[in-house]
Design a protein around this ligand. Structure first.
Ligand SMILES: Nc1ncnc2c1ncn2[C@@H]1O[C@H](COP(=O)(O)OP(=O)(O)O)[C@@H](O)[C@H]1O
Ligand SMILES: [Mg+2]
Length: 303
């Protein structure tokens, strides 16, 4: 089966700064790809290239077989790709409903019947937005506003949803809430590319992860093989005396990742991060890279 999105060997540069170097990536319906990496790795530039906001100077980006390079962002959006850029906000003075309607006018597809059907669909995914449809968006909580931002993108009925750091600025409990919705979208058959600094949460809903470093994908792995015990071991691998890894039932399941990494390990991770003066996510990112590297070493390689 060919992928819905097939990015091959793209290169993105801003003047003399090369941000993305020969990057290849695919996205499939009903699956989340987590694109990870530290600040400046080239994640946003990759996403911008896909949605036409920057033009790659080399490579190819095919969506459903059609070449996107050279197309305008509006035309790409009409094909069914919705991109929620980093830091996108809501119109605080407008109601939730008007925020959604504006998004649809923006996409240039609004007809009244369509708009009603689309908002109803969106409220199916985000019941809280339906309840608060007549409230000003500025009165919503941070997590609800982020749901509205994603909901606006859904008004286009995308086949591919691209989310650039949807958890930015949200409290951890709220991050879970927002990403749960993304998990629901994937179950509906949407293809999702997710960039998020909350790596643990991103991996919970992801099917594959790709780690970027200096414009390249340095490691890529399928989440179905990332069992809770191995992830926990990777997180804690160099911290001296990791607690015993939890038993992991056989078979696949991304839910299990969070279910079986016990609080004790999470607290140990937090202490380790504090001791090094880094954020937990930095530590987890480094550990994930070590883990994936171990998996892709000759002994662990599987094709
Ligand atoms: N508009 C721009 N002009 C010049 N350089 C840019 C621009 N946007 C990003 N860059 C540079 O490209 C590199 C990758 O940035 P970006 O794609 O934003 O990474 P990430 O999203 O992973 O943090 C960085 O070195 C960044 O400074
Ligand atoms: Mg970015």
């Amino acid at each position: 089966m060919t992928a819905l999105l097939q990015v091959s060997g793209i290169e993105v540069a801003y003047g003399g700064v090369v941000a993305v170097r020969g990057l290849s990536l695919t996205a499939e319906p009903g699956a989340v790809v987590a694109l990870l990496g530290s600040n400046g790795a080239g994640k946003s530039s990759t996403l911008r290239a896909i949605s036409g906001l920057v033009q790659p100077r080399a490579g190819s980006i095919k969506f459903d077989g059609q070449e996107l390079i050279g197309m305008r962002p509006e035309a790409i959006a009409r094909l069914g790709i919705a991109h929620v850029p980093e830091g996108r906000g809501v119109f605080p003075g407008l109601t939730v409903l008007d925020n959604l309607r504006m998004a649809q006018f923006g996409a240039g597809t609004a007809r009244q019947g369509d708009a009603r059907a689309a908002t109803n669909d969106v409220f199916g995914y985000f019941p809280i937005l339906g309840e608060k449809a007549r409230q000003a968006a500025g009165t919503l909580s941070g997590g609800q506003q982020q749901q509205l931002v994603i909901a606006r993108a859904l008004m286009q009925k995308p086949r591919l949803l691209i989310l650039d750091e949807p958890s930015l600025g949200l409290a951890p409990a709220v991050v879970k809430e927002v990403l749960d919705v993304v998990a629901g979208l994937k179950l509906s058959g949407m293809a999702v590319i997710l960039v998020d600094q909350f790596i643990r949460e991103a991996l919970r809903i992801a099917d594959r992860a790709a780690v970027m470093e200096q414009g390249r994908i340095v490691l890529e792995g399928s989440i179905e093989d990332l069992s809770a015990s191995s992830i926990a071991a990777a997180y804690l691998g160099r911290e001296g005396s990791p607690v015993a890894a939890p038993a992991v039932p056989a078979g696949r399941g991304t839910e299990r990742l969070t279910a079986t990494v016990p609080g004790l390990q999470v607290r140990q991770l937090e202490r380790a991060a504090a001791a090094r003066g880094v954020a937990v996510d930095d530590l987890v990112g480094a550990a994930l890279q070590r883990y994936l590297k171990a998996r892709t070493s000759p002994a662990g390689r599987r094709k």
